[in-house]
Design a protein around this ligand. Structure first.
Ligand SMILES: *[C@@H]1O[C@H](CO)[C@@H](O)[C@H](O)[C@H]1NC(C)=O
Ligand SMILES: *[C@@H]1O[C@H](CO)[C@@H](O)[C@H](O)[C@H]1NC(C)=O
Ligand SMILES: *[C@@H]1O[C@H](CO)[C@@H](O)[C@H](O)[C@H]1NC(C)=O
Length: 263
């Protein structure tokens, strides 16, 4: 410490102003604290992708912001599990919410069927499906080959899987639906996995909140559809429209291009 101090003094200053002296002193006093805080940090777990924990400001428009405060991918997963495993919430999802949600989702899916974006023959995936109301809604309107994924499985409708790293082969689905984009810590991974597992010409429907901040489990905040259009770089926008979907106000539909131009 002493040598360091002396070194700083001789190289940095010939005639130190009082202010910079105090600043140096301040820095030196802070150093042990910073080191201590560093050593107290829990060991970091790498996300499956090996990405850095934050990807703030990588989207040109600035309309997508990753929430700070996740020390590691592990702590993010633990928070998400906290909601998904909450027994009171799970009970409500399966009882009070069950019929109403199936009815509302059924309405959305019927509308997509009328627009020829979904059919009884579609192989369909619901991402972040919790206890699987949207999967049940799909099956009831005749889309029988439907399944959901979530961190916690909920058989028979929902199997276990992380949407940052979908447990499916390339080009598996004709249709994917999600209303949990705000839970994605790595939006480019969330979208990349959808585009990977969709068949060419396959359709992805997202319900998102643009005008309302969602709950403490959200990992990002979205202010326009522009970042989504940027992220879905192997797809075209089919339509966007206002919806009233359990606090989510906007539907945006993408179709994966049949031929992906090589970059
Ligand atoms: C799709 O399935 C539903 C429910 O089983 C059925 O009522 C409907 O006729 C089917 N539509 C077509 C086009 O086969
Ligand atoms: C699409 O975006 C991903 C990251 O989100 C990037 O790795 C990839 O190179 C982009 N592809 C094209 C064709 O721009
Ligand atoms: C699956 O798709 C990704 C890109 O979407 C590609 O990098 C990978 O090689 C593909 N895997 C197989 C087995 O084709």
């Amino acid at each position: 410490m002493k040598i360091f101090h002396a070194g700083m003094k001789t190289t940095a200053q010939t005639k130190p102003s009082p202010l910079s002296k105090y600043f140096l002193l301040f820095l030196l006093l802070c150093l042990p604290c910073i080191l201590l805080l560093y050593s107290l940090q829990p060991k970091r777990h790498q996300p499956p992708t090996g990405d850095p924990p934050q990807e703030n400001n990588i989207y040109g428009s600035g309309d997508l912001k990753i929430r700070p405060g996740y020390a590691s991918y592990e702590s993010y997963i633990q928070l998400q599990l906290g909601k998904t495993l909450n027994p009171k919430l799970r009970e409500l999802w399966k009882t009070r919410d069950w019929d109403r949600k199936i009815q509302v989702f059924g309405g959305f899916f019927q509308d997509l069927k009328r627009k020829k974006l979904l059919s009884n023959e579609s192989k369909a995936l619901c991402i972040g499906a919790r206890v699987g109301q949207e999967v049940e809604a799909l099956r009831r309107i005749g889309v029988s080959d439907s399944v959901g994924i979530d961190l916690v499985p909920s058989p028979p409708l929902v199997i276990g899987g992380d949407f940052h790293n979908q447990p499916f082969d390339n080009e598996t689905f004709d249709f994917e639906f999600s209303n949990v984009f705000d839970h994605a810590l790595y939006p480019h991974k969330f979208v990349g996995e959808i585009e990977r597992t969709l068949k060419p010409g396959g359709v992805c429907v997202l319900h998102v909140a643009l005008s309302r901040r969602s709950d403490k489990y959200s990992a990002n905040d979205l202010y326009s559809v522009t970042p989504l259009v940027e992220l879905f770089n192997r797809s075209e926008v089919v339509h966007t429209r206002k919806v009233d979907g359990f606090g989510l106000d906007t539907e945006i539909v993408f179709r994966k291009k049949k031929v992906i131009p090589s970059s």
